[in-house]
Design a protein around this ligand. Structure first.
Ligand SMILES: [Mn+2]
Length: 382
């Protein structure tokens, strides 16, 4: 196998080389042996970018008349491996096994958190080989289930090398035909601070495409179609009319958020909160309310939207750490059945509605102990 080279200079990528090496060997061997490969990716811009980079690299290597016998790509609405999705995949794999095929599950931009443990354990027990390419915070018991993990957190890194970047660099080892706009769009969408990929593009142009992708990804939900590729392929006319309408609706939503949020100042931190369940919580514009809220002010801030069973956070310039908050909640209120994750400055916590007051009270207490810290840049905005 030829030597691994990356398109950018990055110390974490360098440290990930042995993991790339191992994963490339696994994938190449699986394709040669006509294994059934299921590729699951998070259904957001970063996840789609990651998924398409892998698909565009892997599929041309598959020599078969019937691609569906050896390959399937599916988006995942959740950043974890949903148990129902897993059962569906397991069913597909069991048919492949009957025809004597080995099976490889690839998860990208998802699958490293605690919520994926059981699904992965079930897959592992069925003898399925698992590769996870992700940048989310890793839960130890979860990542042990995978045969190989490519995750910057393994090598002391953080989440800045998002999945679109990790998979672009992976795909580049196998083909030189990948469009560099994939990692650029992923960088913008995930608010990564890696500047290498976006340099060659106009930032506003990338942002425009990203919001259109997020819109279509949202509406695709569980569907498997390639239509969204039009946007990654920069179809100008589609992007233009989509962006116009999305922007109009966003402005309307922003006005709602601005009117109904509660704003206060805690130790020099702007704290914004909003009852998101009383808005339009499940439509494209509604789910962006917390991001919108956090984008309304500059400086140290915590924005959170709460419902009966969820709190969503966006923090910036403050020593906020979602994993600490979740740990504290679990210790203090085991009966709230708290779960959640994501990134330290942006993510969600789920809990039982019966424990709402306990959880929200603890959240307020946690926030009142925070301090501004401009060295900690978060993922505020949309
Ligand atoms: Mn991501």
């Amino acid at each position: 196998m030829k030597e691994i080279t990356f398109s950018i200079n990055n110390a974490e990528l360098e440290r990930l080389k042995p993991y790339y090496q191992e994963a490339l060997q696994l994938v190449t061997k699986s394709i040669k042996g006509k294994s059934m490969i299921i590729l699951r990716h998070h259904a957001d811009t970063d996840g789609y970018a990651a998924g398409f980079c892998l698909e565009n690299a892997l599929v041309p290597m598959m020599s078969t008349d019937n691609l569906r016998y050896v390959y399937k790509r599916a988006p995942s609405k959740t950043p974890f491996y949903d148990y129902g999705d897993m059962l569906k995949d397991l069913d597909t794999f069991s048919v492949s096994k009957e025809f004597g095929r080995d099976c490889l599950l690839i998860l990208t931009d998802m699958g490293s958190g605690e919520e994926s443990t059981l699904s992965l354990e079930r897959m592992k027990a069925a003898g399925i080989t698992i590769l996870i390419i992700d940048h989310h915070v890793m839960f130890e018991d979860t990542v042990k289930m995978a045969d190989i993990n490519i995750n910057p957190h393994i090598v002391g890194g953080n989440s800045e090398l998002c999945a679109g970047i990790l998979c672009y660099e992976f795909g580049r080892q196998l083909t030189d035909k990948l469009n560099p706009i994939f990692p650029a769009l992923a960088t913008v969408a995930d608010k990564s601070k890696v500047s290498d990929y976006i340099k060659r593009y106009d930032l506003e142009y990338l942002r425009k495409i990203v919001i259109c992708i997020e819109f279509e990804a949202f509406n695709l939900r569980y569907m498997e179609t390639d239509a969204i590729l039009d946007l990654f392929n920069e179809k100008k006319d589609v992007i233009a009319f989509l962006h116009k309408e999305i922007s109009r609706r966003m402005e309307l939503q922003k006005a709602v958020v601005e009117k109904y949020m509660e704003k206060s100042n805690v130790n020099g931190i702007t704290v914004m909160k909003l009852n998101i369940e009383s808005l339009n919580p499940s439509d494209f514009y509604g789910v962006r309310s917390v991001g919108m809220m956090s984008g309304l002010v500059e400086g140290p801030k915590v924005a959170y939207g709460y419902g009966d069973a969820i709190v969503k956070f966006r923090a910036d310039n403050v020593n906020f750490k979602l994993s600490d908050l979740i740990k504290g909640l679990k210790e203090n209120f085991p009966s709230a059945l708290v779960s959640g994750g994501g990134h330290d400055m942006a993510g969600a916590i789920r809990f039982l509605p019966v424990a709402k007051n306990d959880v929200l009270g603890f959240v307020d207490k946690y926030i009142s102990g925070l301090k501004p810290d401009i060295s900690i840049a978060g993922r505020s905005g949309l």
